[in-house]
Design a protein. Structure first.
Length: 295
């Protein structure tokens, strides 16, 4: 029997006992008003306890991560978010991927004025849960091994292993990357960039990672302020023309640091999406259940 089921059984037993006590009290002449008030108080207490138990996670929950590493970097820093009950004081100690072990680099608890404040790795909270961040740093060799490992775990400080849902890759490409001259983002999930084409070329494809296709769409594509859609492919671009690309993402149960783009046979116009999952337990559960980065 699970812990939640056990609590529900206990709650039902207490309700049965409360009702029995109320019936006995009334039969013995106790004021009905007093008995009803007692019953209401017990119902409120039990209801509050039932809500608390219902809101508790059976195990910490890892937020799925879609992440493109910069291939030119020597050191790679990244974070994985996970959700814990506020009553669960365990923390992630390290990441395990085959023979690679990456220890967290968080700074631990902060003290001020003799009182404990939230741990420095707490990045969000609800009434019952914390969203924590486990920070890692790795060299290129370690990241290469991590990318090749299918089973990756976050290990808590009591030894429990939590399976992760990660889509990790390098950002490099066989195509030449056109450097942006301006980038922007907004709170409504719009991510955009402008480019000056270094040569005559064409645009004929939209590239969105499989994990993001449910949540991302091409919003706008302009060449020298002339608007196009993917139905206009291939689109000719002359040297020196300004290409503006914008993508829209919705709120999802994903953490994202990844590249989307439009591309041609010899060039790619990338837009980077940096977006953190909101602390919505149901969305994160749904994302984990249908997580598939191969389709």
């Amino acid at each position: 029997m699970g812990l939640n089921s056990m609590y529900y059984c206990i709650a039902m037993l207490l309700i049965a006992i409360t009702i029995s006590m109320m019936i006995i009290a009334i039969r013995k002449g106790v004021s009905k008003l007093s008995v009803i008030m007692f019953g209401l108080i017990m119902v409120l207490l039990l209801s509050n306890s039932a809500v608390y138990v219902h809101k508790q996670l059976a195990n910490p929950m890892i937020v799925p991560l879609v992440y493109d590493f910069y291939s030119d970097n020597d050191t790679h820093d990244f974070a994985i978010h996970y959700i814990t009950n506020k009553s669960d004081y365990r923390k992630v100690e390290y990441l395990q991927a085959g023979d690679v072990t990456l220890w967290t680099t968080s700074t631990g608890d902060q003290r001020k004025g003799g009182y404990f404040y939230y741990s420095s790795d707490v990045v969000n909270e609800t009434a019952h849960q914390f969203m924590r961040a486990a920070y890692f740093s790795a060299n290129t060799t370690e990241i290469q091994k991590l990318l090749q490992t299918k089973k990756v775990y976050l290990v808590l400080n009591d030894g429990e292993k939590l399976a992760t849902s990660l889509s990790l890759k390098w950002d490099d490409s066989n195509q030449r990357t056109v450097r942006s001259i301006r980038v922007s983002g907004s709170s409504n999930g719009e991510h955009s960039a402008s480019f000056e084409s270094p040569q005559d070329t064409q645009i004929d494809a939209v590239n969105i990672p499989a994990c993001l296709k449910r949540h991302t769409k091409l919003l706008e594509l302009r060449v020298n302020e002339v608007a196009y859609t993917d139905k206009d492919f291939p689109i000719s671009v002359k040297k020196g023309q300004i290409v503006y690309v914008s993508f829209q993402t919705d709120d999802s149960g994903l953490d994202i640091h990844a590249k989307v783009s439009v591309s041609g046979s010899d060039a790619i116009w990338p837009v980077w999406i940096d977006k953190k999952a909101v602390l919505d337990i149901q969305k994160i559960k749904e994302e984990r259940q249908r997580y598939d980065c191969d389709g």
